[in-house]
Design a protein around this ligand. Sequence first.
Ligand code: B12
Ligand code: SF4
Length: 574
Amino acid sequence: MALFWKADLVLLHPPTVYDFRKEPIFWGPISDVVPSSYIFEMYPVGFNSIAGCLVKKGIETRVINLAYRMLTDPDYDCRKVIKRLKPSAFGIDLHWLPHAHGAIETARICKKLHPDIPVIMGGYSATYFHEELLYDYPDIVDYVVRGDSTEESLLELMRCIKANRTVDHIPNLSWRDASGQVRFNPIACPSNAADVYYNDYLSMFRMAFKYIDIKSQIPFTGWWDYPITAIMTVRGCTQNCAICGGSAHAMHNLCKRGSPSYRSPSKIIQDVKKISSYTTAPIFLIGDLNQAGDDYSSAVLDGLGSLGLKNDLVLELFNYASESFFRLASQVCPNLNFEMSPESHDESIRNLAGKHYTNPEIEKNIEWALSFGAKKFDLYFMTGIPGQTYDSVMETIDYCEYLMKRFGSRLMPFISPLAPFIDPVSLVWDDPEKYGYTLFYKTLEEHRQALIQPSWKYILSYETKWMGRDQIVNATYEAGRRLNLLKMRYGQVDPATGKATDLRIKGAIDLNSKIDQIINEVQDKGKRKTMLLNLKKDMDSHSLSTICDTNEIKWRIMGKRFRILKILWDCVLG
Ligand code: B12
Ligand code: SF4
């Protein structure tokens, strides 16, 4: 059947480093609290929306998650796969900056194999580095579609490419004209983006059937067994967390987003209803519902309450929320969960990081959530934030113990590093001195090169006035180790899991020293590479769920994972 479908646009998701299967890189715990592995194989959720929009308007779109395919199949040959494809254009995401190496190498391969097929890049990092992409990589990137909502511009670009028409009218487009001159069309930011576009998982299922290729659409390793879905409730954010490249400050500077675009409550309810008819896996509502005010959050929660939802539902809290919010939320479904990220136990450090709620407020929120029956309350802390010393990180773990003692095993704290990079256009990126940071890399090429350093310590793009790279690495492992022991003591993890995590952390610390020793003592480049390659197996295994077990970040699945007949039915009729 795949023979009869020819995609006009093939969207490729690259790994962080193209040659990750060969290169000796110790990624450490950079991906421990997200579902992906160290190569960040999860593609932007916006691919669903792009595919949903374009396919509806007659542009056949196919997603191939190269990163996932390469990770799960050692023989998967990207060049062979790309060579066989003959679309009108390739689209490659450079959304997260850690894909700087993989995205550029993938574009290079596309261009080498198909010099006449245009390569389009997009995503937050491509938006920020659009000039560099077009000037410094002239032979591999033809277009950059900028902004956080590219559906319409990309659709028009595809129509123009197919009809060989000029593109100078397309908003958000950076491109090279026939004379080779680089051109930047003005940026426009749709204020209704969250509403008019799609949370369209059905288009992904359809794509899997059309191209008889389910594997290429899988978002991350293990998704088939744990098919969690995310529903975007907003584009943009009201908050200004200092380290975030998606903050109000960043989105204003990056794509002229004046204020967030909220998805209407009725559409969120529709999305949740649809997804819960396909799967019993957890559903994550991305974006704090309270951002848009009480009327909005009440409308969403009231509507969700009428669905009789059995799936685990996860809500985010960007700020202190009211008791009535938790009461109302508790009526939505029996399996409700929350996430909050105070970053530090120290309120003055939390303030510097751009978060302005107090510890008593955090504790009130946990108390309300749990007393109204929440199944799990995840609390995220971070190493590497402004004002934070090694000792302060350890005090954060003491605070975790206090909370775990008080609230029991439904409270699940995490600590992870701010890594590997400082987000472009975050407040820290724009004014590092003000926040006490030194940034080692600023250009795209510097980040690309950084990614092929032998360990996460050297990949790390910053140090702070309070902690150098060594201290950030040491504080992260020591905090992770102490927190894991506490989780064993207070029942968040069972003894066998806890012991295995403890061993992994100790192994990672040991590996980190071995790599440092090689780098400091072995001057000969060839010999150094051979010695590092000898550690590759260890490097890979100590970069997966090091400081916590992967199950700690999961919620439950009730019963059968998929309702296949319903999915098939809707794919045909929907
Ligand atoms: C939800 C979210 C996540 C989810 C992932 C959801 C997903 N699969 O996309 C989770 C929690 C898993 C996550 C993880 C990470 N995230 Co995140 N995440 C966000 C968040 C909060 C919202 C993103 C969003 O709303 N997108 C809206 C959807 C609909 O659009 P979209 O996916 O962005 O796609 C649109 C455009 O970007 C563009 N586009 C994207 N790709 C392409 C490709 C082409 C060819 C084109 C034309 C257009 C295009 O068009 C799309 C449609 O309009 C933002 C912060 C924010 N306020 O924006 C951070 C953010 C994007 N994440 C960020 C980071 C750093 C990460 C991590 C690297 C963190 C880490 N170290 O673990 C990981 C990477 C995970 C991976 N790839 O495996 C940074 C990125 C900064 C940067 N420039 O690099 C941000 C800005 C802020 C932050 N620090 O969290 N993240
Ligand atoms: S980290 Fe802060 S600024 Fe960024 S998306 Fe989350 S709440 Fe908004």
